[in-house]
Design a protein around this ligand. Structure first.
Ligand SMILES: *[C@@H]1O[C@H](CO)[C@@H](O)[C@H](O)[C@H]1NC(C)=O
Length: 186
């Protein structure tokens, strides 16, 4: 095969790969194997938050939130309740995470399109990765939630591992256990 033909074939292949990717969800983040939405349901405590831009998860930041509850909806979406602090007060909000064709990956609008991935989900903890695809460039938030306020050594290790994978370190993390909290059990 001559070089020009081969170039054409490569071009065709990359166009095809690009199209195949566009039809799927837009994230490369690994999902909890065997993800079950039922396991995500119920009451949660937010323990740690990490972000590309740490001010987003510091007091007053747009992603500083206390997730308190997840409810599965009949259509497969999730209704996620959380609190955020506004001028020292706790304000309750919710968002609907819409399922994608990958179990454990959802999407919603919050100042742009966000992909939410359950990276780890077990009896004790949930690690959620929020990846924003906006014009402002890539932006990542990693959340550690627990069924109690103590995630255990394994939970903390799993969180640190995923932060490493995302190129985020200790300086990108806030610990919310001792922070002024907003959790009212529902
Ligand atoms: C989601 O939950 C909130 C309460 O936390 C409720 O007010 C809202 O109607 C629910 N939305 C849907 C679509 O279920």
């Amino acid at each position: 095969m001559g070089v020009p033909q081969r170039k054409g074939l490569l071009l065709l292949l990359s166009v095809w790969l690009g199209l195949a990717r566009a039809g799927q969800d837009q994230s490369q983040v690994p999902v909890q194997p065997g993800f079950s939405p039922e396991q995500a349901e119920g009451h949660w405590y937010t323990i740690k938050l990490g972000a590309t831009n740490p001010s987003a998860v510091q007091e007053g930041g747009a992603f500083r939130c206390f997730m308190t509850n997840i409810r599965g909806l009949e259509n497969g979406n999730l209704n996620i309740t959380y609190f955020h602090r506004k001028d020292g007060k706790c304000v309750k909000e919710f968002y609907i995470a819409e399922q994608t064709n990958t179990p454990g990956r959802y999407t919603f609008e919050y100042g742009g399109r966000i992909y939410l991935t359950f990276v780890v989900l077990n009896h004790d903890i949930a690690i959620m990765d929020l990846e924003s695809h906006s014009d402002a460039g890539p932006f990542i938030v990693v959340e550690l939630h627990g069924r109690s306020l103590s995630p255990g050594r394994q939970g903390l290790d799993a969180y640190r591992q995923h932060m490493d994978r995302r190129g985020l370190g200790q300086s990108h993390t806030v610990d919310l256990v001792l922070a002024p909290r907003c959790d009212s059990p529902e």
